[in-house]
Write a protein that binds this ligand. Structure first.
Ligand code: MTE
Ligand code: MO
Length: 296
């Protein structure tokens, strides 16, 4: 993966010294698992933050389980469910998501491995569409403008990221493609969601942020839902280029999603609307019986 993003130094996990260890003794360094994928420092640091958070949620869930039913029952309710229980349920859902682990990096490939493009699926790509007049509608944003429009120039002004990853279709084929665009997470920081508390959006406090990001074509005919963690994944890109050229109409010009941690069905072409929401967004292929999260 090549990109012009400045590299952050990944923060080291807090080190715990064994009791009685002499001050200044070498601290054991946790070994990183060997991976065949990018070792981009900023990517790793983001992943660490996210997995630590999901670990902490597990701890909260465990604590509420051992905390006892009475305490749970005495708490105020959210959506008619006592909140510790609700959070345990959310955490279970998070564990289910971890089974396909949106926090892991999808494999990346050398540019020489790129396959010719293959066009698949044209739902929501009706012909009465003028690319020159395209603007993205954003819903659920924070600040004074919960609904606003964003131009392609504003998206191109975000750090440009390139990656060579696999597009895997549920039909059973996969091709390697070269993508260029902006990280959805950079977009989400530039155009942040409204939070429950009204405080600024902060990835260290995701419980305060909406749980999902929905996307739909301008005509609303094709639509996908993403859990927030997948939306924030460093390889989730809003793409305006494919295989070294501007996106072609059949591949979703002017803007489509590349999300290699998920199957092709989630890689929505021609994004018209992005919605930050706590309601799990409708998803075209989930409605046809496919797994909602569609990870692989
Ligand atoms: N708007 C829209 N996006 C879509 C689809 C579609 O039918 N309509 N099909 C999906 C499927 S099933 C796949 S495999 C990929 C294919 O992307 P490509 O045509 O750029 O190869 O687009 C996805 N995004
Ligand atoms: Mo697909």
């Amino acid at each position: 993966m090549s990109e012009n993003h400045e590299h952050e130094t990944p923060p080291e996990a807090p080190q715990v010294l064994a009791e009685g260890a002499p001050v200044g003794a070498p601290v054991p360094v946790r070994e990183r698992p060997a991976t065949s994928v990018s070792s981009d420092a900023s990517v790793e640091s983001q992943m660490k933050k996210m997995s630590r958070r999901s670990f902490l949620w597990g701890a909260v869930a465990a604590a509420s389980t051992y905390g006892g039913v009475r305490w749970v029952a005495s708490r105020r309710t959210e959506d008619g469910i006592a909140w510790p229980l609700r959070r345990a349920l959310q955490s279970n859902e998070a564990l289910a998501r971890d089974l396909y682990s949106p926090y892991r990096l999808a494999p990346t490939f050398a540019s020489a491995r790129v396959d010719p493009a293959r066009t698949n699926g044209d739902i929501g790509l009706g012909s009465d569409f003028n690319v020159a007049e395209w603007e993205l509608s954003l819903e659920g944003a924070g600040g004074d403008e919960p609904m606003r429009t964003i131009t392609l120039a504003q998206i191109k002004a975000l750090p440009r990221v390139e990656m060579v990853t696999e597009l895997k279709c549920i039909e059973g084929w996969a091709i390697v493609q070269h993508w260029a665009g902006a990280r959805l997470s950079d977009f989400m920081h530039k155009f942040p969601p409204a939070t429950q508390s009204g405080e600024p959006f902060d990835t260290k406090n995701l419980e305060d942020a909406p749980a999902f990001v929905g996307m739909a074509t301008p005509d609303g005919v094709y639509y996908v839902g993403l859990e927030f963690e997948a939306a924030l994944h460093p390889q989730t890109l809003l793409c305006y280029e494919m295989n070294g050229a501007p996106l072609m109409p059949e591949h979703g010009a002017p803007l489509r999603l590349a999300i290699p941690i998920k199957y092709g069905i989630k890689n929505i072409k021609r994004i018209g609307t992005i919605t930050y929401t706590n309601q799990r967004p409708a998803d075209y292929w989930a409605e046809q019986g496919y797994d909602y999260y569609a990870g692989h």
